[in-house]
Design a protein around this ligand. Sequence first.
Ligand code: SF4
Length: 379
Amino acid sequence: MPSIYLHIPFCHLRCNFCNLHTYGMGNYDALPTLRDDYTAALCREAELWAAEVGDRHVATVFFGGGTPTELSVAQLGAVLGALRRCFDISNDAEITVEGYPGLAREYLVGLQALGVNRVSFGVQSFDPTLLPLLDRQHTIDDVARTVQEAQSLGFSVALDFIYGLPGQTMAQWEATLDQALALSPNHLSLYALSIEEATRLRALIKAGVLPTPDADLAADMYRRAMVRLAEAGFEHYEISNWARPGHACRHNQVYWRNEPWLGLGAGAYGWRAGERYTNILAPTHYIEAVQAGHLPIGRREPIDRHTEMNETLMLGLRLRAGLDLTAFERRFSVRLVEARGPALAELVRWGLVSLARDTLRLTDQGLLVANDVLVRLLV
Ligand code: SF4
């Protein structure tokens, strides 16, 4: 059980592309009290899980959300303190906190004192005309200042961007990449815009207020990023993720290798012992369940061997290092080359996957149609 994810569902912002279940000032009058109760519940949930699991060694901790930095340093510290009491967090553990650009230096100093060693900021764009279009409220100066402060304190800094935005040009995307590189982050996540149901962005596009994003241009932006980031010395280690050597996100690699993890917090997912679970979504109900001394699980989904095998295949192929077929056979007693021989041969012929030294990988071309490739390979 090497990893723990903690979900912090608070965010006072309303980015128009976001469909996450978050709680901000608008929908919770009692938010300050709720944050205290939520913090206490996370600590108690850690205790409940510690009594449940055998192996308490933890190599990665990830605070995601929402916006985890909506909690105070003291609140995050209380949660980390509980984790340290309940689990054996290794000295070299990767401890990540996602935050909004613009954090005060004192806050970063506080995180550093807690032992947090990695911070991740959702920047989305450096273009001053595109940021307001997404209802983002930070400025480019906020990002630059926060990144520089974090780096001066020794944090490994990760930045997230979205491409394929409505009306975004290639020149704007290249400028964003250049500005990102100029800040020398250790990690970059680049996501194609996904226009989710029930978002204001979708409504604006549907109403014709914003142009429909051009999918072909988005694919070109992705290809451009691959070239530009390789030139800058970044390793492309997962479909949407690049890192300087030695800085690939250890926590997220647990997901892509389909290894177990514990998810704590309202709405968090976890996977262990043949089942995926989802915690109760509403923070108040989550808190009540934990206060009553129960693991706050809202839904359990058994993962049979066949499902686990297909998920391991789909997730593993997201990694540019590819899927180790020997390890796959050891784990599932299935030789993929035999089980999916005709489909594999076809995909190799089309240049979408490569098969070498017992490793199955998506090619650069295959990356662009990854979902179609994966569907053909399911066993
Ligand atoms: S900051 Fe993150 S969680 Fe908050 S609204 Fe924006 S995308 Fe959603």
